[in-house]
Ligand binder design. Structure first.
Ligand SMILES: [Mn+2]
Length: 510
């Protein structure tokens, strides 16, 4: 039986929903199992990931000496991934070094300076984590210097790839939405298994923090929490209650509130700025409770100040936006490039169009963060304008680029051109996971079951809305604006619902 048949026959998934699940990456029977039974034994084996065994062999080859550099991405997923790889290599008695470059024009890459730095330290293997897929020349340069490179990244695969060993969940063998820190957990499991013959229970009993770091990256990178991601996140939540980790303990002491991964993320994110990236790695890895508490206390105060400042900025921007032409370009050159992603994201949520926020890095180059609602593929936009950029990359609805300041005028002009023609490209279907115009009783039941397993569908309902609305009554409906009671369904053309943790959420009507 193929996956679709298994979903329909064995798991009683509605046929339309089965197709949508496959589009969401549930492409083999192991993933079906991890979706419906999200428990630790259903985590897919690390070996299933393409190139994994090759990568593990290469890491083990250099792990006995001080020959490994971990090169991380500068967001919390990259930081968590770096912590995982450091931790597991230390368990293997290796002593790797690490480096996380500052955000800026070099954002999504391994750099030549990085390679030079590695060479000067006698490094033989660089592991790029959550970054590196676009570093073609830099990987060549590393090879010339006799340095081997592994790229463990979960960003979209560019057409042209560096000639390195590439690990990417999008190549299969795991859910495509694994974060870099989820991928790093698999690397850790592989190393522990090959070196000592142990399985995940060894990590659970002796180094549970590795699971916590993995969940931290998964949540902060906003990965969908179903299947393997749900296994990791649920497990981490269990472990937080069971053990006292210094960072969580410090949070409770400082704030007087219970600590969770979600409560730590905004604090850690705001200080993930100039010079502080490495500190977060150290805080994650530290056993020194006094050090962790002192630092977190300082960071907490600082993050409250920054959040207040940025929230005021968001309000100011909201007031000043009068007219939207399909996208919003925000000039945030008065702010640090570290803070513009947060603002772009807030403005995107409010106006529901792509938001491009620009700032300067220290070298006075333009750095931009883009956030877009589901259905937009902003990587296509970046590809179309790529001649203007020094560097670009990311995900379809969260990406960024860097550019020489002199290109700004051209960028503004070309962006305007692009979006005035964009309607043609934005396909209605791409905006939704499911478009339903025919309807039967099992459909909502199927969606309701999956929503409880963490699957988030954005659904466009058309057809006999009166009938649909009457059937929806049997389920938990979240209708904050009371749309359904204000408008009679027979006067509507469509309803957009989102399956959430708490119920079916009415998003929009028309
Ligand atoms: Mn990431």
């Amino acid at each position: 039986m193929n996956v679709e048949q298994v979903l329909i026959n064995e798991y009683k998934v509605h046929p339309i929903v089965a197709k949508a699940l496959i589009r969401k990456g549930i492409v083999d029977t192991d993933l079906v199992k991890s979706l419906f039974y999200p428990t630790i034994e259903n985590l897919l084996p690390y070996r299933a990931i393409a190139n994994m065994e090759l990568a593990l062999k290469e890491i083990l080859r250099y792990s006995s000496k001080e020959e490994i550099l971990i090169w991380g991405h500068d967001d919390l997923d990259g930081v968590s991934s770096t912590a995982i790889l450091l931790k597991v290599l230390r368990i293997l008695n290796s002593n790797p070094i690490y480096y996380i470059p500052k955000r800026g024009s070099q954002g999504h890459k391994l750099t030549r300076q990085g390679v030079d730095f590695a060479y000067s330290k006698g490094i033989k293997l660089i592991i790029c984590v959550d970054t590196g897929l676009s570093s073609i020349e830099e990987v060549e340069y590393a090879k010339e210097k006799g340095i081997s490179v592994i790229i463990a990244d979960h960003h979209e695969m560019p057409e042209e790839l560096p000639s390195a060993i590439i690990l990417n969940p999008k190549l299969g063998g795991t859910i495509p939405y694994l974060s870099a820190s989820g991928l790093s957990l698999k690397i850790a499991l592989g190393l522990i298994n090959l070196k000592f013959g142990y399985d995940i229970n060894f990590i659970l009993e002796n180094h549970p923090e590795i699971i916590i770091y993995s969940a931290l990256g998964t949540i902060s990178d906003r990965m969908p929490i179903f299947s393997e991601n749900k296994i990791i996140v649920d497990l981490a939540k269990e472990l937080i209650n069971k053990y006292s980790f210094p960072l969580f303990r410090a949070y409770s002491l400082i704030t007087g509130q219970g600590a969770s991964i979600e409560s730590l993320i905004p604090i850690l994110s705001t200080i993930n700025s100039e010079g502080e990236r490495h500190l977060i790695v150290e805080l994650l890895l530290s056993d020194d409770e006094v050090f962790v508490e002192e630092q977190l206390s300082r960071i907490y105060k600082y993050s409250l100040e920054i959040t207040t400042k940025l929230d005021a900025e968001v309000k100011r921007i909201e007031r000043n936006i009068k007219r939207i032409k399909g996208y919003i370009l925000l000039d945030l050159r008065h702010l640090s490039p570290y803070h513009i992603g947060y603002i772009a994201s807030r403005i995107k949520d409010k106006f529901k169009v792509p938001v491009i926020a620009i700032s300067y890095d220290e070298e006075h180059k333009i750095v931009a963060e883009i956030r877009a609602p589901n259905g937009y593929n902003m990587l296509e936009f970046l590809n179309a304008l790529s001649d203007l950029f020094i560097n670009y990359g990311g995900h379809k609805n969260a990406c960024g680029f860097s550019m020489e300041a002199e290109n700004l005028t051209d960028f503004i002009e070309e962006t305007e051109n692009y979006f005035s023609n964009y309607k043609v490209n934005l396909k209605l279907e791409e905006n939704f996971d499911l478009i339903i115009d025919k309807f039967d009783d099992e459909l909502f039941q199927s969606l309701d079951n999956l929503r409880k397993l963490g699957v988030r569908f954005k659904i466009l309902l058309k057809g006999d809305l009166k009938d649909i609305v009457s059937k929806l009554k049997y389920y938990t409906i979240l209708d904050n604006q009371q749309i359904l009671s204000i408008y009679a369904p027979e006067n509507l053309n469509y309803i957009v619902i989102l399956t959430t943790e708490d119920g079916f959420k009415i998003e929009e009507i028309g």
